[in-house]
Ligand binder design. Structure first.
Ligand code: AKG
Length: 311
């Protein structure tokens, strides 16, 4: 593999980091229970799903250290790369999209069998990769991610059939800036964008009185390293600053149902960076949007026993 090879050309795992199931029974063992699927439907998220073992966490942490170095030989492949350059490089606040093109562990994370199976259940459809993200908050750093709904940034793809899987690479706690959610907010509809950085609660001004009551019932989702939380594209979520003495690192895999199409006419202004946006009306597919789970192929058509959203 040469130094600038783009890993996006591989639409299957490149390493043995994530062993793939080879029978229907093995897939079934990874599936959420019907209670967990109901919880997702009621709350708009389901937390504490084990995705990585400790070796996989270690492997991704090492590769993340490399990705955070702006001199990485494949840095130009990121879709977006944001570092707070005024900070010391060891304590930098980091948000980037596109790590899957650059480091093998983050490429193969897309093919985590748990992510593949759970996304199938929560999208109730064949699953395509949308994009990935890395969110790292160094020790004792502001790093607020204001309350938001992911779909408010994704209207350039339609219809809304999206899912987020946020994976902890450190134990996440209230002190180090774990994710917070508003249960039931996925039923609020799409609210205007109020921004990701800055004032944590700016969204509050757009809420009606019943939404404000929900807003006050926000919950912190603390995770062990290697666990994930899956959330609906309209679920309101955000994270407070890291006031602890250790980093809070997270990897995100964003997914779509197969059949979602590109709608760049909805994009306003700059800000899409190096994102591989397809022409208007084209179905997401091709090099940058691999198919991750096809129930007909993986489950040989025997899909009846697996609980899905909407059943
Ligand atoms: O990692 C964070 O604190 C924010 C993550 C987030 O907003 C997201 O994955 O949609």
């Amino acid at each position: 593999m040469d130094s600038i090879e783009d890993l996006a050309i591989y639409h299957q795992p490149i390493t043995d980091t994530f062993k793939q199931p080879d029978s229907h029974e093995q897939w079934l063992q990874l599936a959420l229970s019907s209670e967990q699927v109901k919880t997702f439907e009621q709350q708009g998220f389901i937390a504490g799903i084990p995705v990585l073992d400790s070796d996989q966490v270690q492997c991704l942490r090492q590769q993340l250290d490399r990705l955070m170095n702006p001199n990485h030989p494949r840095n130009s492949l990121f879709y977006e790369y944001h570092v707070d350059e005024s900070e010391d490089p060891d304590t930098v606040l980091f948000h980037a999209l596109g790590g899957w093109r650059i480091e093998k562990g983050f490429h193969d994370l897309l093919f985590s069998p748990v992510i593949r199976m759970v996304s199938y259940q929560l999208l109730a459809s064949a699953v395509r990769f949308f994009h990935d993200q890395l969110f790292c908050k160094p020790p004792q750093h502001g790093g607020v991610v204001s309350w938001h709904q992911d779909f408010s940034y994704w209207t350039w793809t339609q219809p809304m059939a999206h899912l987020t899987c946020w994976i902890a690479l450190d134990d996440t706690t209230r002190d180090n800036g774990c994710l917070h959610y508003i249960p039931g907010s996925h039923r609020w509809g799409l609210l205007p964008v109020t921004g990701l950085s800055g004032e944590m609660d700016s969204v509050r001004e757009n809420l009606d009185s019943s939404q404000r009551q929900d807003f006050d019932r926000q919950v912190a989702v603390e995770l062990h390293a290697g666990e994930a939380v899956f959330h609906h594209p309209l679920t309101m979520h955000g994270s407070f600053q890291n006031i602890s003495s250790s980093p809070r690192r997270g990897a995100v895999v964003n997914l779509v149902a197969d059949g979602v199409w590109s709608n760049p006419e909805a994009l306003q202004g700059p800000g899409t960076g190096n994102f591989p946006i397809l022409p208007q009306g084209e179905f997401l597919g091709g090099e940058f949007y691999p198919l991750l789970f096809d129930p007909q192929r993986e489950l040989s058509g025997e899909i009846g026993e697996i609980p899905l959203v909407g059943q």
